[in-house]
Design a protein around this ligand. Structure first.
Ligand SMILES: NC(=O)c1ccc[n+]([C@@H]2O[C@H](COP(=O)([O-])OP(=O)(O)OC[C@H]3O[C@@H](n4cnc5c(N)ncnc54)[C@H](OP(=O)(O)O)[C@@H]3O)[C@@H](O)[C@H]2O)c1
Length: 330
């Protein structure tokens, strides 16, 4: 069977390879074997290959935070699953054609849903959901602001916020995205710039915004801080600019802004298994009813993993890049 791996840290398009390895064999009694139908290429995967993520794995390394798979074989102790079920594995190393997973690590999802959407369920939707709900007690009608609003997380946040009755200011770095984001339910879309605070105050009639969600870091955080009310909270969850988040002394002392960080891995570790399942069931339900959806720009076979990574790394995309390791999912 085929897997994607890298044997040196570097540019993903240069170092990612599709290699042939032994098949996984039969499952142990507490395991299932799944055929991976699709996986997305996320910024964190690309950073891992570049050696710039939180974890630098020993080389050669497999990778892949998420996927959707179909159960092809089951150990006798695995409960609640049947062959043919679609599942989301909660473990990593998902850029493979086939894998063995502990039954306890699998979340069953509806078989009648677009597998490409399900492949993107594990990481970005809960990231948006948890950042929206865990830091500031927002009530219907309240505002939040986010940057990189046309990203996968950004799409999820707009849709989840809309469903919760919250209003969103969506900051993007280029023109031409407003119609799409407003159609999803975004209330205000603004292109980033030095006068961001002023333009956001105008667009929201001076609303007191208490939560900012930041994937960019650097001076973008200062500009988000300009949009916030006193004692507002900034949740940083990515460093797309490659720069550390910044605030001014005026913002920390006189405005008393709070800057904190979100990482999904420890957030899930803190949750009880039943809580994790119920969150994913809620999010999968949204995907199934079509109220949670992330655009897809392109899909590639696993043999073209380097080309797929180059496409994902180019940004200014119209959607996510996914790989379908066992051909177009049926
Ligand atoms: N902390 C966590 O647990 C966690 C979980 C999930 C995701 N994340 C992070 O969330 C971020 C978004 O992930 P995703 O999967 O949603 O991304 P994605 O769908 O692949 O989209 C990437 C987004 O980043 C924007 N972007 C790229 N470089 C930028 C820059 N220098 N300045 C401003 N915007 C930039 C792109 O804008 P253009 O379209 O203009 O190129 C696009 O909107 C990433 O940083 C990822 O690592 C963190």
């Amino acid at each position: 069977m085929k897997i994607a791996q890298f044997a040196a840290f570097g540019r993903p398009e240069d170092v990612l390879r599709c290699v042939e390895v032994d098949d996984v064999g039969a499952p142990a009694q507490d395991e299932a074997v799944i055929d991976v139908l699709a996986f997305p290429i996320n910024p964190a995967d690309l950073l891992t290959v570049e050696g710039r993520y939180a974890v630098r794995p020993p080389l050669p390394a497999r990778l892949g935070a998420e996927c959707v798979g179909r159960v092809t074989a089951l150990g006798r102790d695995v409960r609640g699953l049947a062959e043919g079920d679609l599942v989301i594995p909660l473990d990593r190393e998902n850029w493979v054609q086939r894998k063995k997973v502990k039954g306890a690590q699998l979340v069953k999802v509806s078989a009648n849903v677009d597998p490409l959407q399900l492949a993107m369920l594990k990481v970005n939707p809960p990231t948006a959901h948890l950042m929206m709900t865990q830091y500031v007690d927002l009530k219907p009608g309240d505002w939040l602001i986010q940057d990189a609003a046309n990203s996968g997380v950004g799409h999820c946040l707009i849709r989840l916020a809309k469903a919760a009755g919250l209003r969103t200011v969506n900051v993007v770095r280029r023109e031409g995205l407003a119609d799409e984001l407003v159609a999803l339910g975004g209330d205000v879309v603004v292109v980033d710039g030095p006068d961001l605070g002023e333009r956001v105050r105008d667009a929201t009639q001076g609303a007191a915004i208490r939560l900012a969600i930041d994937a960019v870091g650097g001076t973008q955080v200062v500009r988000l801080g300009d949009c916030l009310a006193e004692e507002g909270t900034i949740v940083n969850y990515g460093l797309l600019s490659g720069e550390n988040p910044q605030l001014t002394g005026h913002q920390t002392v006189f405005k008393r802004l709070r800057l904190t960080g979100f990482w999904l891995v420890p957030s899930l570790q803190r949750m009880a298994p039943a809580e994790i399942r119920s969150m994913y069931e809620m999010l999968a339900g949204r995907v199934a009813e079509g109220s949670l959806h992330v655009p897809v720009e392109a899909t590639y076979p696993i043999e073209e993993i380097a080309r797929a990574a180059a496409k994902a790394n180019a940004y200014r995309r119209t959607g996510k890049v996914l790989v379908t390791p066992n051909g177009t999912p049926k």
